[in-house]
Design a protein around this ligand. Structure first.
Ligand SMILES: [Zn+2]
Length: 242
C-alpha cells in the first residue's frame, strides 16, 4: 500500500513538473523580434507582439516565478521594454549597489489580468519600492513573490509590521528620473505615476523627489479606497507614445 502511494506521488510530481515546463516554454525559448502594437487604453486594451523582459539583469530581477512563467505577466510593449532596461542601466551608475525588483507588467496578449484593473495594453509597469534600514538596503521582504502586493506601509513610509524598515524614496526618485529620460529616448513619455497619496510628501521631500516634481512628471492627485491602499508597496507607471 505504502509502495503504491509512493508511486502515485512520484508520478503526480512528474506530471506537475511537466505541466509547469510546458507552460514555461514561451518564457524559456521565446524571442523578442519586431515592434509591438498597443491597442485601446490601459483599462481596456490589448497588446500584439509583446516583448518579454529578462527575468534578471545586473541590478534587477523579476519578483515572482509564478507571475513570470505561469501567469505570463512579464510582457510589455517593445518601447517600454527598452525604456525599463535602459533605466536600470542608468541606475547602475546613479544608484550603485542597489538591487531593484520589477513587478507585474502585462499579459502576453494584453487584456484583463488577475489583480489589476489596468495594465491591459502593454504601457503599464509596476516597480517594487526599494527599502532601507539605517541607510542600508533591506532585501528580505523583496522575496515574497506575489504576496508583496499585500504589504502595508504607514503614511510616512515605514513597513507596518517592521517599522525599522522604510521606503527608500531617494532611490525611487532616481529610478523614476532614469525612466523619464529613457522613455524620451524611446519615443515615449511617462503619462502618470500612481503612489499612495499619503506617501507623496515624503517622496517630494527627497532630493530626487524634488527633481521629479520640477520636471513635471505627473503623479495621480487623488486616489481613493482600494486604489490608494494598494499603491504603497509599489509604484505604478503608465507610459504613452509621444
Ligand atoms: Zn500597476
Amino acid at each position: 500500500m505504502v509502495r503504491k502511494g509512493k508511486k502515485v506521488a512520484k508520478w503526480s510530481l512528474l506530471l506537475a513538473g511537466l505541466t509547469l515546463l510546458v507552460f514555461s516554454i514561451p518564457e524559456l525559448f521565446g524571442h523578442n523580434t519586431g515592434m509591438s502594437s498597443s491597442h485601446g487604453s490601459v483599462g481596456s486594451g490589448k497588446l500584439e507582439n509583446a516583448w518579454l523582459l529578462p527575468y534578471r539583469g545586473p541590478n534587477f530581477r523579476y519578483f515572482s516565478p509564478l507571475s513570470y512563467y505561469i501567469l505570463d505577466n512579464a510582457y510589455t510593449h517593445s518601447s517600454v521594454y527598452q525604456t525599463i532596461l535602459e533605466a536600470y542601466q542608468t541606475c547602475e551608475t546613479t544608484c550603485p549597489g542597489i538591487r531593484f525588483r520589477l513587478m507585474e507588467l502585462s499579459h502576453k496578449t494584453g487584456g484583463q489580468m488577475l489583480i489589476h484593473r489596468t495594465h491591459q495594453n502593454g504601457m503599464s509597469a509596476d516597480f517594487m519600492v526599494p527599502k532601507k534600514r539605517d541607510e542600508k538596503q533591506v532585501r528580505i521582504y523583496d522575496k515574497l513573490g506575489l504576496w508583496h502586493y499585500l504589504l502595508d506601509f504607514t503614511p510616512s513610509g515605514a513597513l507596518a509590521f517592521d517599522r525599522s524598515v522604510a521606503i527608500d524614496f531617494e532611490t525611487m526618485g532616481k529610478h523614476i528620473l532614469a525612466l523619464d529620460e529613457a522613455a524620451r529616448k524611446n519615443g515615449l513619455r511617462i503619462k502618470k505615476v500612481l503612489l499612495r497619496i499619503e506617501l507623496k510628501d515624503d517622496f517630494y521631500n527627497t532630493e530626487s523627489g524634488r527633481k521629479v516634481q520640477q520636471k513635471g512628471i505627473y503623479f495621480a492627485q487623488s486616489l481613493t479606497g482600494w486604489a490608494n491602499r494598494v499603491h504603497d508597496d509599489h509604484y505604478h507607471v503608465d507610459f504613452e507614445i509621444y
